[in-house]
Each structure stands twice: as structure tokens, then as C-alpha cells.
Design a protein around this ligand. Structure first.
Ligand code: PLP
Length: 231
């Protein structure tokens, strides 16, 4: 049952309020609970309150939780950097991948997707700040990568994801707006694209105002992460 005081209930209330304020349908925004470093019990408590979408960054840790919580009809999203030697397990165990930023990885995810599973839902991670150090494809290369990925049989390209440099609300709003504009341009040729994965604990309100369809929240739901989160 949903305890109205729980962080999950409060976040869902806030998401609805941001939708109302910006004239959006509250069902158009989904909460992705970012559960890296959290125990299976913590996830189970959220699942008991109705949370279905969980996002994980570290493969081995994620596989343990997917196994521990199997049978609960949860939807698993991979949102961390992807090494080529991890694609087989990722595409076998996840429903979504938000962090595809090169064709080589996309091809492997498609080729290695087990027969009998629906196509893997994927987003292209965009480096909206054009920082050398960050993952993500530069905005200018998005159309070419999207076109190539759309041709892969076992992937279903859904949209774009970004993690803007967290410095000011103004900066992030511009970054979210740019991502939304890029999606809307892609939709001219790929009208099925429907996903903008953007906004974290510190800026999800702004992200919703700018069109986010998944907000990815960790700290706001679970409290501060333990300091070991530097892997
Ligand atoms: C950890 C993480 C989040 C959640 O960040 P919070 O600030 O704790 O909400 C969202 N997206 C990605 C890609 C992450 O790695």
C-alpha cells in the first residue's frame, strides 16, 4: 500500500504537480527509480508500493537484483556506461538501455538479444555539453546514429537521454530544451520516437517542464548514496 508520507508518494505527487503546471498529461511522465548501490530489500519496498521501473548502472550488481526480484513484473533499465564485453548480459536481462552512444554497442545489443524476447528498447545518450570526458554522442552526430540504429532488427529505438553538467537550473533547462528539439527533429522521419530520458533528483521539475518522459531519480527516493559509489 502507498503510504502518503513515503518519499515515493511525495515524488509522485511532485511529478503530477509539475505536469499540471506545464499543461502535460501526468501519465506522460514515468518515474525511473535509480537503484544503484541499493539493496534488493530497498527495491522490494518500493515495488510493494507500486514502483515498476528500476534503473541500474553496474551490471553485476544489477543481475543479482534482477534475480532476487524476479517474478514481480518489474521493468529493468540499464543507464550506465557500456563496455563491449557486457552487452550480452545487458541485452539478455534488461528491457531498456538508455546509454547507447555508439553503433558498435547498438549492433552487439541487437545481435545478442535472445530469440523470443521483444526488441530491446533503447535511447541514444547525447553529450549535450560537448564535454570530452563524458559519455554520449555529440548532438550533431545524433541523426546519423539514429538512422543506423533504427535499421537494427532487435532494437526498438525510443528516443534520447542526457545527463547535463549540473551547474545551474538555467544551463540544464537549455540542455533539456536542446535535447527535446533534437527529438522533435528526428520525429520528422521517425515518428515512433516517444522518449526523453532526462532529469535527476536535483532538476526533474525543469526536465518535466521541458518535455521529459522518464525522470531518473535516485537520491530523492532513497536518500544519499553511500560514498563507495565511485566505481
Ligand atoms: C545515479 C544516476 C541518476 C540518479 O541521480 P540522483 O541525483 O541520485 O537522482 C540518474 N541518471 C543516471 C544516469 C545516474 O547514473
Amino acid at each position: 500500500m502507498m503510504d502518503p508520507e513515503s518519499p515515493l508518494a511525495q515524488i509522485n505527487t511532485q511529478i503530477r504537480a509539475f505536469c499540471d503546471q506545464s499543461g502535460r498529461d501526468p501519465h506522460s511522465v514515468q518515474l525511473l527509480a535509480v537503484s544503484k548501490t541499493r539493496s534488493p530489500d530497498e527495491l522490494a519496498r518500493l515495488a510493494d508500493q507500486g514502483q515498476r521501473h528500476f534503473g541500474e548502472n553496474y551490471l553485476q550488481e544489477a543481475l543479482d537484483k534482477i534475480q532476487a526480484l524476479s517474478g514481480r513484473d518489474l521493468v529493468w533499465h540499464f543507464i550506465g556506461p557500456i563496455q563491449s564485453n557486457k552487452t550480452r548480459d545487458i541485452t539478455a536481462h534488461f528491457d531498456w538501455v538508455h546509454s547507447v552512444d555508439r553503433l558498435k554497442i547498438a549492433r552487439r545489443l541487437s545481435e545478442q538479444r535472445p530469440a523470443g524476447l521483444a526488441p530491446l528498447n533503447v535511447c541514444i545518450q547525447v553529450n549535450v555539453d560537448n564535454e570530452d570526458t563524458k559519455s554520449g554522442v555529440p548532438l550533431a552526430q545524433v541523426p546519423e546514429l539514429a538512422a543506423a540504429m533504427a535499421a537494427l532488427p532487435n532494437l526498438r529505438l525510443r528516443g534520447l537521454m542526457a545527463i547535463p553538467r549540473a551547474d545551474s537550473e538555467d544551463h540544464n533547462r537549455q540542455a533539456f530544451r536542446q535535447l527535446a528539439m533534437t527529438l522533435s527533429q528526428l520525429r520528422n522521419t521517425m515518428p515512433a520516437l516517444d522518449t526523453l530520458s532526462m532529469g535527476m533528483s536535483a532538476d526533474f521539475g525543469v526536465a518535466i517542464e521541458e518535455g521529459a518522459t522518464f525522470v531518473r531519480l535516485g537520491t530523492a527516493l532513497f536518500g544519499p548514496r553511500p560514498a563507495k559509489d565511485t566505481r
